[in-house]
Design a protein around this ligand. Structure first.
Ligand SMILES: *[C@@H]1O[C@H](CO)[C@@H](O)[C@H](O)[C@H]1NC(C)=O
Ligand SMILES: *[C@@H]1O[C@H](CO)[C@@H](O)[C@H](O)[C@H]1NC(C)=O
Ligand SMILES: [Zn+2]
Length: 989
């Protein structure tokens, strides 16, 4: 229905008896039930204004999560979540009409554990009556650009599980609520749909997009968030909030705000009720003009508000009373306490059709020169650490299941996966892995992850001891990427346990720091394996500083069974041959049996890449550049580049060096060309004997700033591929979206930042292609990137900035550390794969999985006991190539959570984009599966109880809910991009 015109006659109010007495507000419907039934009634012939009291509590940003919880360090920012919850509960009890929503379970969980049982009972009653409602309900409100779906699903599961176990069905949020993340990913919408949410609300989108949507009343829409899942599986009703997540101008009654309270005693000075009502009605009318129905929503709260909730509620009670009193004067406006789900229910009841959206909400700009595309790359070291931590957590979870109870309490002590789960959940917050927090908070996230991994290491050691029968001490080497591992550096004999978290066998090259020149390496059957010793590169010595002393690296290929381990033994060969020698000229080419790369002998840069199997060759040059970060001193805008925002001063980046000094090493095991571009940029171009991907290992830093210029460093691949402005990036590591330079699928873009406005998040891969060739780049962490010119793909690697970008963090992004006082050095890898477009996914899907879930190497000095079990697989057989084992995690004593994922999009592969069936009973070697129940994606609702609102898109008929039958209870079928979640009742074999 169209917005109503309000009769904005001059409001004059007659008060009986002067000052109001409580209770105020609409007649209380005393409900003993939560959810949609607990919503206040609305008036069909009026404009209904849903007031949603809320607080936005960042799980770390300017302060750490625990500082925010306690209200510590109020000198940095006045914020204390414990007081907010205390105060809100107190105020809710004072008037049954009042409502509050709470979002971040990381905080609620902290608070809940400190409450007395009578307070817990009181809160349960508020929840049961729908007066306190949880929305979103994950551990945090995750970032959408830089998170990987695996970690997002985990953190949502953790928060929602706590809510279900604490409050039952009344604790289950019906609405997803991402009011602050800086742009919105399609994969997040898809996940929310599969988690059973009825709708989704957010606050930030591109200002041009918003302007158009306001004009056409399309701020509420139906997001079809997958091109593979059968509608409405990934359909999510999406609402854009009217004022970010803030109250309307002039109506902020928090203690942190300065707006006038409602002064309603005519005997006192400055009586302002008439003015307040008038202003409110004007705002409501303006808002209803840009929304579709006779319901509008107002977010009454903001960052860390409601610490003194009385201020808010006292004024909201009065606002509702005085505005509704005008109904007697013919004003057709009805104001009520509400929640996002109550508002959503009213929208659903209208039976309207909604604009359909298929793309995503990236990139986000809040003004012409203010593109929030810098945080795609900000804090690259933290982003990598978070990604490795996910891999470590998945292995920790798996080994907890496979090893049984001894994993948690065993020969190495008491271990757990919970600490790591919580650390990872906190790290998904939109100011955590995004890199938009203060430095001390970034340090806190990293410390939590390190601590979590300590707890997991005990568990992993216990589990592997149980599975292998060896209680020999197990050494973890977390710095192998910079060739540091005290055990391998100094031992003459050691063994390496390689644990593979994937459900299929993998071959993987390993490099171990050593000081000998030749080694004998044998596999679990005692068969000797080809190995090679190569000298440690100067760049690696430089970056590791004094943390290790290996002069060489031992390189060999390992092969590990699915969801299991194998063991290699390594012993020094006395009087062995010298290590491979380094050649000090650029070779014309390096190759293995799959790939060949050539170099330009004059520049030392890459010049071509060939796939020898498919007989494809493309021209390929690669070099490093930096954009000069805007310092905010421009004619067009004073916006500087910062933690959030990318704003280069010029669209032409500076080349770091037109040529690279090179040296090369060519052995049967590995061929590499080491390129040196400057004292702060180097790279290794590397081809392992059995790899179908070319590795580019980049090392960047300390980024120099002695010229007082902030720098944003990119690697750029320029190819002969005819891209015609198109390129492709993944969404949260899953489905791939098409991008086009200077273009948005849903509105006519006026491009004002030719570089920053063409950057998109790359979580795990990006590619460019034409009819013949597809070049896929798999990344090892989230990064930003774009395709500015035909055939070109650039990825931002590192940023060092001298100014704050005025979005609140109030620090320039200028990372240093104890080891790197002159600026952080960051190292990472890109893996390049050249394929025919029709079969490229068959290559990049498994490749990306191998980077996300990398094998864990653990070491034991000396000889292993002869009874040690050297090889183990937790699976009876490898899963089919299309199936990924996404989750295997202990749920409670007798059950485990299992997620199986079809990892191909429906259009991607002739071979793999087919339904596959897996037998759950025949999965594991150490577990008997005794029972199975299916859950929604976030494991907080049984699949057969999952009912969502259905919504009709404007452009087509409402899709029919298709149901697919599994062949039997035990045999489950996965269709392209489907994730299925099961609770398995198990017994140890
Ligand atoms: C919406 O449709 C349902 C079922 O068709 C009907 O009962 C209801 O009255 C309709 N509501 C409105 C507001 O038209
Ligand atoms: C929700 O929690 C209750 C216990 O409060 C439990 O019985 C139920 O199985 C849980 N639901 C799911 C889907 O896990
Ligand atoms: Zn926030």
């Amino acid at each position: 229905m169209a917005a109503m015109s309000l009769q904005l006659t001059v409001v004059s109010l007659f008060l009986l008896g002067g000052v109001l007495t409580f209770p105020l507000g609409q007649e209380a419907e005393h409900t003993s039930t939560c959810g949609y039934e607990s919503c206040h009634p609305t008036k069909p012939d009026m404009l209904n204004v849903h007031l949603v009291p809320h607080t936005h509590d960042d799980v770390g940003w300017l302060k750490t999560v625990d500082q925010y919880f306690y209200g510590d360090r109020n000198d940095i920012q006045h914020a204390g979540v414990q007081y907010i919850l205390d105060s809100v509960v107190d105020q809710l009890l004072k008037n049954p009409d009042r409502r509050f929503i709470y979002v971040e379970t990381a905080f609620f969980y902290r608070w809940w554990r400190q409450q007395s049982s009578s307070m817990q009972q009181t809160v349960k009653q508020l929840v049961n009556e729908g007066r306190l409602e949880f929305v979103n309900g994950g551990w945090c409100m995750s970032d959408e650009a830089t998170t990987h779906y695996s970690a997002v699903i985990d953190q949502m599961t953790m928060g929602l599980r706590f809510l279900n176990e604490t409050f039952g069905p009344c604790g289950r949020p019906r609405v997803a609520w991402h009011i602050d993340p800086f742009g919105h990913a399609r994969e997040h919408a898809s996940m929310f749909a599969q988690m059973g949410y009825d709708g989704f609300f957010f606050g930030r989108l591109d200002y041009q997009d918003r302007a158009r949507r306001m004009m056409y009343r399309e701020q509420e829409l139906l997001w079809r968030a997958s091109d593979s899942l059968t509608p409405p599986m990934a359909d999510l009703f999406t609402g854009i909030l009217p004022n970010g997540y803030n109250p309307p101008e002039g109506f902020c009654w928090d203690q942190s705000c300065d707006d006038a309270p409602i002064r309603d005693d005519p005997d006192l000075e400055d009586y302002n009720v008439d003015d307040v009502v008038k202003r409110f009605l004007a705002i409501a009318e303006g808002q209803s003009a840009v929304y579709k129905t006779n319901h509008i929503i107002m977010t009454m709260g903001s960052d860390f508000q409601y610490e003194n909730a009385n201020l808010w509620y006292k004024n909201l009670d009065k606002l509702i009373h005085y505005v509704n009193a005008q109904q007697a004067n013919g004003i057709k406006v009805n104001v009520l306490y509400s929640t996002p789900s109550c508002y959503l229910q009213e929208l659903h009841r209208t039976n309207l059709t909604w604009a359909l959206k298929n793309d995503d909400f990236f990139p986000y700009a809040d003004d012409a020169h203010d593109f929030w595309t810098g945080y795609f790359t900000s804090r690259p070291a933290l982003k990598r650490y978070e990604r490795i931590s996910n891999s470590n957590l998945q292995m920790c979870n798996q080994l907890e299941v496979l090893g049984g109870p001894v994993s948690r309490r065993g020969p190495f002590g008491v271990g757990d996966s919970k600490t790591m789960k919580e650390a990872m959940a906190v790290a998904q917050h939109h100011d955590a892995v995004s890199g938009t927090e203060k430095q001390h908070v970034a340090n806190d996230y990293a410390r939590r992850l390190a601590n979590g991994w300590q707890h997991c290491q005990v568990l992993v050691s216990n589990s592997l001891a149980g599975l292998s029968g060896s209680t020999a001490e197990r050494i973890y080497c977390d710095n192998l990427n910079i060739s540091v591992c005290p055990l391998t550096e100094s031992s003459k004999k050691f063994s390496v346990n390689v644990y593979n978290p994937l459900a299929r066998p993998v071959t993987w090259p390993v490099r171990l720091p050593v000081n000998g020149t030749a080694y004998v390496v044998s596999d679990a059957n005692g068969k000797s394996v080809d190995s090679q010793v190569v000298p440690v590169s100067p760049a690696t010595r430089e970056v590791r500083r004094s943390r290790g002393f290996a002069v060489n690296e031992l390189v060999f290929q390992v092969q590990a069974p699915p969801l299991g381990y194998t063991t290699y033994s390594v012993s020094l060969l006395q009087n062995g041959p010298p290590p491979a020698s380094t050649q000090h000229h650029t070779p014309t080419a390096i190759k293995n049996k799959f790939l060949q790369v050539t170099f330009d002998p004059d520049t030392g840069l890459l010049s071509s890449l060939s796939n020898l199997e498919t007989k494809q060759t493309i021209k390929l040059t690669q070099n490093f550049y930096w954009y000069n970060a805007s310092d905010g001193n421009n004619v067009e805008s004073i916006q500087p580049s910062g933690a959030y925002i990318f704003r280069p001063n010029s669209s032409t980046p500076f080349v770091i060096s037109k040529t690279a000094k090179t040296e090369s090493i060519q052995t049967p095991a590995v061929q590499e060309v080491r390129q040196w571009f400057s004292p702060w940029v180097s790279q290794v171009v590397r081809l392992y004997a059995d790899s179908r991907a070319l590795e580019l290992e980049w090392t960047v830093g300390p980024v120099p700033i002695d010229d007082d210029l902030g720098k944003e460093v990119i690697t750029r691949l320029d190819t002969s591929i005819q891209t015609a402005q198109y390129f492709y990036t993944d969404s949260n590591g899953r489905e791939v979206l098409q991008r086009k330079t200077d273009f948005r699928p849903t509105w006519n873009l006026k491009q004002s930042e030719p570089i920053a406005g063409n950057y998109y998040p790359i979580n795990s891969r990006a590619f460019i292609k034409d009819d013949d060739d597809q070049l896929t780049v798999v990344t090892d962490r989230s990064q930003g990137g774009g395709s500015i010119n035909n055939g070109s793909l650039e990825i931002m690697l590192h940023r060092r900035l001298l100014y704050d970008d005025v979005r609140g963090v109030a620090e320039p992004l200028n990372e240093t550390s104890g080891i790197f006082p002159k600026g952080l050095v960051v190292r990472g890898r890109l893996l390049l794969s050249l394929d025919r477009p029709a079969s490229a996914a068959d290559a990049h899907r498994p490749l990306a999985q191998e980077v996300v879930l990398q094998p864990l190497l653990t070491f034991t000095g000396g000889d292993l006991h002869p009874n040690t079990r050297l090889e183990f697989s937790g699976l009876q057989a490898a899963l089919p190539p299309a199936v990924h084992l996404l989750t295997l995690s202990q749920w409670d004593k007798d059950s485990v959570l299992l997620r199986l994922e079809h990892q191909f999009q429906s259009w991607e592969s002739k071979v793999n984009s087919q339904p596959v069936t897996v037998n759950l009973q025949k999965l594991f070697t150490t577990l008997d599966v005794l029972g199975v129940s299916e859950l929604n994606l976030s494991a907080n609702q049984w699949k057969d109880e999952m009912k969502r609102f259905s919504w009709t898109p404007e452009s087509e008929e409402q899709p029919l809910l298709k149901t697919f039958e599994d062949p039997s209870t035990w045999e489950v079928t996965l269709r392209p991009m489907e994730i299925r979640t099961f609770l398995l009742k198990v017994g140890l074999r």
